[in-house]
Design a protein around this ligand. Structure first.
Ligand SMILES: Cc1cc2nc3c(=O)[nH]c(=O)nc-3n(C[C@H](O)[C@H](O)[C@H](O)COP(=O)(O)O)c2cc1C
Length: 228
């Protein structure tokens, strides 16, 4: 399929994104503002879906979607199987990147940083709040491992339903949360006229001299506009 001629006219809301519009010059505040607007829009489907990129120790990248289950100034939380491919890669190289894309708003946010595992008590709290079917699903899956057929998985699920009723499903022992602690955020706002806006916040490298185009933000962050 040749899709080279496809063009999207990005939103026409003339909402150019200027440095002056950023009330608090640090990225968590801005992320919360964007996220709140998008989340409150009833037409948004899964605003918390994010593409998570990891890599092996030798630098081979891989990416997949996960759902963010919370964020604060500490970082961004997601849950998964520690034994999955992503889990193994994060073990080898505890750094990751996340990319949100909200098409109805022509907005994307990129986040990069270090990863740490959350305590199992957080995993318990979240796991036991999940619907029964999701709990059974997690318990039945040896995530990222080959399986003979769909029927095999259905049988495992059925056995688990027989064994555990609602409220009784144990958390898989190696299922838990990760925290991505950002060192970099980039906010991208698409524009109809094609001069898209990109503003990047980052923590300066040790000893990094002040750049002419780099501005001092709050709480140790610096920020700069990037060419689209
Ligand atoms: C929108 C969306 C949300 C997802 N959320 C999660 C999640 O929160 N945790 C998870 O383990 N997998 C989630 N998945 C499945 C992953 O994309 C992926 O298939 C799985 O985690 C195995 O990835 P891995 O083999 O790279 O470890 C989601 C998939 C989609 C499309």
């Amino acid at each position: 399929m040749d899709i080279g001629g496809m063009r999207t006219e990005y939103n026409d809301r003339k909402n150019v994104f200027l440095e002056a519009d950023i009330e608090v010059k640090e990225p968590f505040h801005l992320f919360s503002k964007w996220f709140q607007i998008i989340k409150d829009d009833p037409k948004t489907v899964e605003p918390n879906a994010v593409c998570l990129s990891t890599s092996t120790k030798d630098g081979t990248p891989s990416a997949r979607f996960v759902l963010i289950k919370g964020f604060s100034k500490k970082g961004f939380v997601f849950y998964t199987h520690y034994t999955s491919r992503k889990g193994q890669e994060l073990e080898e190289n505890p750094k990751a990147a996340m990319t949100f894309y909200w098409d109805r708003y022509s907005r994307s946010v990129r986040i990069e940083g270090d990863i740490e595992k959350l305590p199992f008590k957080d995993a318990d709290e979240y796991f036991f709040s999940r619907p029964y079917n999701s709990q059974i699903g997690s318990l039945s899956s040896n995530q990222s491992r080959p399986v003979e057929s769909r029927d095999v998985l259905l049988n495992i699920e059925e056995d688990l339903r027989q064994k555990y009723g609602p409220g009784e499903v144990p958390r898989p022992p190696l299922w838990g949360g990760y925290l991505l602690k950002p060192r970099l955020f980039e906010f991208w706002q698409g524009q109809t006229n094609r001069i898209h806006d990109r503003i990047r916040f980052r923590m300066p490298e040790d000893g990094e001299p002040d750049g002419v185009l780099t501005k001092q933000g709050e709480e140790g962050w610096i920020f700069e506009r990037l060419c689209p």
